[in-house]
Design a protein around this ligand. Structure first.
Ligand SMILES: *Cc1c(COP(=O)(O)O)cnc(C)c1O
Length: 401
């Protein structure tokens, strides 16, 4: 009986209509289009140099903008957290997983961002899914910048609200959509710093439009937090936007904080609403408390060590000047995200491989992460880089392009 069963199973797997055959055809197609993605096995921690398959590569593709992922004080805080709390939280926040360490970090993040309260999520992806789904449903409207991060777009799609995208940073396009709206709630959602282009959302204009049309504004500042603003509180600090102007602020801790997790900051009513209704908050295990301890330690360094932001800004300037001199086509970005336009997925892969052979790692960004025909190399800079390393990258780019 079992033997016959498994032979049937084999036959169906091998036929042209079996699951694996169908999946393989799709994978082959992705290869042919130069869109296939592969993982590397990195043998070292996140730093300026990565050990990959026996080689040392200079890392220009992490989101560790302030160079904190390997900071010893944060590691000490994490270890002390394990000593106090063990390895796992053991439950969701609403059951018994919400520790004093989580609570303290939430209070510190609220104070840092100048908002009444904050709530931790296990990842930024989950925060975005959770917020959008907790705030809007049927009969509501979600308006998003077309270049928003995938987690925001997925959150919009999953909500039962009417979901529309406006042209990137185009206020006329947003205004036109707001004027047509007749939903009971309208949620406007934008990245603060756009993750694949590195440019900034015009938040004063967006928040003014939101106010005029009674829309609720959510900003995802995953890439601005830690990097922008005098104390690293992100784009809202840099642009001087109050909690009224940006009532829903989301940030992540896995990028410039060098740890893991995410948070949403806002009013008392907003945060209580998320505790009650954000499904990706309620139905998941709380982050290990030790991670919250590490993030609290990271926050202190983010606030205190202004030199990290200053050094990063000077590296950004150096990279852009050097890139202009050798004729690279950059985007309009003053942030550590510095894409180099290639616009051809095959060339993106070829140049990326040549850079790898020379010992440099940059991001090879292709659809669907970016619109078709806009494939690019994505260089990300970190406060842990030296000027010399920037110059080495520029030399390598010049010889590979
Ligand atoms: C990285 C990122 C996220 C997701 O955050 P994770 O904590 O990595 O899940 C969300 N939004 C933006 C804009 C991001 O860049």
């Amino acid at each position: 009986m079992t033997a016959i069963h498994s032979m049937d199973a084999m036959a169906s797997m091998n036929s042209k209509t079996g699951m694996d055959a169908i999946l393989q055809a799709q994978l082959d197609q992705r290869h042919e289009q130069f869109l296939y993605r592969q993982r590397l096995n990195v043998a070292s921690g996140c730093g300026t140099v990565l050990q990959v398959e026996g080689r040392s590569l200079l890392n220009f593709c992490s989101n560790d903008y302030l160079g904190l992922a390997g900071h010893p004080d944060i590691a000490v805080a994490l270890k002390a957290g394990v000593d106090t709390y063990g390895t796992g939280s053991g439950a969701s926040h609403l059951i018994s997983g919400h520790s004093v360490a989580h609570q303290q970090l939430e209070e510190q993040l609220a104070e840092f961002t100048g908002r009444p309260r904050a709530i931790l999520f296990s990842t930024g992806y989950m925060a975005n899914m959770g917020v959008i789904n907790a705030l809007v449903g049927r009969h509501d409207l979600v308006l998003q910048d077309q270049l928003n991060h995938a987690s925001l777009l997925d959150g919009g799609r999953l909500s039962r609200a009417d979901f529309k995208r406006y042209k990137h940073n185009d206020m006329a396009s947003l205004q036109a959509q707001l004027e047509q709206a007749d939903a009971s709630r309208t949620l406007i959602v934008t990245d603060g710093v756009f993750s694949m282009d590195g440019d900034l959302a015009p938040l004063p204009e967006i928040s003014a439009l939101a106010a005029q049309h009674n829309g609720w504004l959510m900003v995802d500042d995953a890439h601005g937090l830690g990097v922008l603003g005098a104390t690293g509180a992100g784009i809202v600090e840099q642009q001087g936007l109050s909690a009224q102007q940006v009532p829903i602020l989301m940030g992540t801790l896995g990028k410039s904080f060098g740890t893991f997790g995410a948070f949403v900051a806002g009013s008392e009513a907003l945060i209580e609403t998320l505790i009650q209704f954000a499904r990706s908050y309620i139905y998941t295990t709380a982050l290990p408390p030790s991670i919250a301890c590490a993030s609290s330690a990271a926050l202190k360094i983010v606030r205190r060590e202004q030199w990290r932001r200053e050094h990063l800004q000077s590296l950004i300037g150096r990279f852009r000047r050097g890139a202009q001199q050798i004729g690279l086509e950059l985007m309009d970005s003053q942030t550590p995200i510095q894409p180099i336009c290639i616009n051809d997925d095959r060339r993106v892969m070829e140049i990326n491989q040549r850079l790898r052979d020379k010992g440099f790692m940059v991001g090879a960004i292709r659809p669907p992460s970016v619109p078709a025909g806009t494939g690019r190399l994505r260089v990300t800079l970190s406060a842990s880089h030296t000027e010399q390393q920037i110059d080495q990258l520029l030399d390598a780019l010049q010889s590979c392009l």
